[in-house]
Design a protein around this ligand. Sequence first.
Ligand code: GAL
Length: 458
Amino acid sequence: MQYRTILRTACVVILLATQSVAQSQSSTYTDIYTIPPLSAVPTFTSPLAISTTISTGPNLSNGLAQTPPMGWSSWNGFGPNINETLLRDTIDTIASNGLMEAGFVYVNLDDGWQHYLGNRLDHPLEADPVKFPSGIKALADYAHSKGLKLGIYSGPGQTTCAGYTGSQGHEAEDAKLFASWGIDHLKYDSCCAYQFAPKSVVQQVILSMSQALLASGRPIVYHACHCGWADSWEWAAQYGANQWRIGQDISDDFDYPGNRMKYFFDVLDLLDRGNSLAQFSGPGHWNDYDMLIIGLNGKSQHVGAGCSNVEYRTHFSMWAMVCSPLLIGSDVRALSSDSMETLTNPEIIAISQDLLGQAAATVGVGNQDGGTLQVYAKAMEDGSYAVALLNRGGVTADMSISPQRDLTVAWDKYTVRDVWKHETTGPYDTPYMVEVIGHEAKILRLYEVVPNATMPLP
Ligand code: GAL
């Protein structure tokens, strides 16, 4: 009863906002993109208090996304101000500047591609003919002709988060439509329409589209986006999702908790949020820490002052360590050489795309110095370990890693590859010590030195 009342109130608010937009030619999406007041957002408990139950469910799987999806998404850089020219330029850029070769293949339209603002009861779902005069199929064909893939966005409500027509009651029809267009990835966003819904209701709407996508016969990666609510990580894989958000929208900040009051999470917030959720991630189903902020430089559609190059590098490295999807959120046509160097480091991408698919979490002496210094690790398919020595504070610190102490392996000797320096040192038989500057993450690959064996070096 209470849920119905809240939902009805939310619908009325969205309807009124939508009508006011329709009446005012000069309105922008910020008039209708309602960021929930903090009091309305379910509060997050400490990561340690999060349940670790893996629930049972319908056990659906499309077999896709065996490694975390990599690509680009339009929302954080452009909001709903997207169009065919921007998308074609983005496709051209990714296909030619080294990003595609590095593994970034999904070019994802987020909210705002649709023709109509307002309820699905009143409008069909179709592409905005002004923004996309050639239609979405032509865009997908274009992406495919360049070796890329095209993603699209919808949601299970009458409207999406930005107030555009949603898929409610038309799941099978929309899945078929997306398949006929050649869509490869769907972000299906229940955050706004089902924000206050009980878990069982969210599960049901995620399931409806999951089944519809499977029935469409086209392999479409399925992002069940629910902003970190309803414990999606516990059940979304069972409902056929390939990725789900573990938190609200990312702000363009490394460490600025003030923005959480405005609904946004910074890089450290999201890492903390995910640290106890690593076990829910794996091949085909990933914890999504939200889009990459590298290159936004304070120009996000949301909030954030931007980060230093070191902070963006740490953010990218850590998203790779925790196996988050890697979706660039900035304007790829304007990436600096520093941003390009960060985004295309093949050794970081190898950590993200490792076939074992183990998401890193803090280990061993994981919380030194009151939690300012953290050690994250993940096992790699080849028997090596990827390690992040993360200095969350602003002061340079000496940090160390010991395979026996921190990874609990019985290695006597090991070598260390610094994947930002592209340098291998060792062998070592004592803890490896290194200086880590403020907000830096030293990313290392540790290889056991096996007596009388030739160790393959990367
Ligand atoms: C939010 C979502 C954002 C973006 C936006 C579009 O719910 O978290 O990533 O998709 O909706 O309206």
